[in-house]
Ligand binder design. Structure first.
Ligand SMILES: *[C@@H]1O[C@H](CO)[C@@H](O)[C@H](O)[C@H]1NC(C)=O
Length: 315
């Protein structure tokens, strides 16, 4: 009996206070960087962040957390009902930049034009929402795919290059591709459209029902969420202090970062009140894109689990 007890004590002592958390996140996006600062400055455990997103957490059980836009969460939730949104890291007010030389001064002028965006992503959904708000149908314009750019000079095949060379008339994307397109053409030669009522990206942190049911894993996740909130307070209150590391992490010049910072609404402890409404509306589009039936509101309600954030804020 005594031996068994001692063995148990030694085993417990041998374990670190926090085991390692594994996160999947797209390492070339500005939205991911609060996770990086949180893991370095505010979290006592070990974190490894691998390139990816929600597609990874649903297929690889070694991953504890994943970050992505709401669009990819809907795509994966359709077949993986254990996926959970636990926190909104950022709300990003996507922009569409159009070339004046293409004869564009209002959104309705995009009729018959070519728009650079990523099909099937939050960017393409943003473009459709924005143009629908101006009375255009998705058959009224053409979406052309391209590559993102992190810094000037943006090479052939990137969205800023395509706009500059007239391959497209406009670009609707996440940052900094839009900012670099504005810079490439010159502010005086473009029109910028942005309407956060019509669309803003809701960039979330996810886990799975299984991870959240595991008491010790859940404790680590709560700890990481607390660290993430602290990191984001820094992003809001003293952005200059994180620019050098954010810049190095995503390879974006600090001058460009400074310009696109206001496009990003960093969250410091909330899930948006309208998150379920956003998911219900957007799933109509994701379902059409993925050729499946849209999910019911009751089903989509299970994608959101606000209990982890509540614990993080309470302790
Ligand atoms: C944004 O969109 C809403 C809803 O369509 C509209 O009422 C509002 O006027 C738009 N704002 C701007 C600045 O265009």
């Amino acid at each position: 009996m005594r031996t068994v007890l001692l063995t148990a004590v030694f085993t417990a002592l041998a374990l670190p206070a926090f085991a390692a958390l594994k996160i999947a996140s797209a390492l070339n996006t500005i939205e991911y960087t609060p996770e990086l600062i949180a893991s370095k400055d505010y979290f006592s455990g070990t974190v490894s962040i691998t390139n990816g997103g929600v597609a990874n957490i649903v297929s690889d059980t070694s991953i504890d957390l994943a970050a992505n836009a709401e669009t990819q969460a809907l795509r994966q939730f359709a077949n993986h009902k254990n996926l959970r949104i636990i926190y909104t890291v950022a709300e990003v007010y996507y922009r569409l930049v159009a070339a004046k030389k293409s004869g564009i001064s209002a959104l309705a002028d995009l009729k018959g034009k070519k728009i650079g965006s990523f099909p099937g992503t939050s960017a393409a959904y943003f473009v459709e929402r924005l143009l629908t708000s101006a009375g255009l149908k998705n058959t009224d314009y053409t979406v052309v795919s391209g590559n993102i750019c992190s810094g000037a000079p943006c090479g052939a095949g990137t969205f800023p290059y395509m706009l500059q060379h007239g391959t497209v008339d406009a670009v609707g994307m996440w940052e900094p591709s839009v900012q670099l397109a504005i810079d490439a053409l010159g502010k005086e030669n473009v029109v910028i459209f942005q309407n956060r009522t019509v669309y803003r990206e809701v960039f979330n942190l996810h886990s799975t029902a299984e991870k959240l049911q595991d008491a010790s894993k859940r404790k680590e996740i709560v700890g990481f969420l607390q660290a993430l909130i602290k990191a984001e307070q820094k992003f809001v209150q003293d952005p200059a202090s994180v620019y050098p590391r954010v810049s190095a992490a995503v390879n974006v010049d600090t001058t460009v970062l400074e310009e696109v910072w206001p496009v990003h609404g960093w969250n410091t402890g909330t899930l948006p009140d309208d998150l379920l409404d956003v998911l219900v509306a957007e799933d109509q589009w994701v379902a059409r894109t993925d050729r499946r039936t849209a999910m019911a509101r009751d089903t989509l309600a299970n994608l959101i689990d606000g209990s982890v954030l509540k614990e993080a804020l309470a302790t």
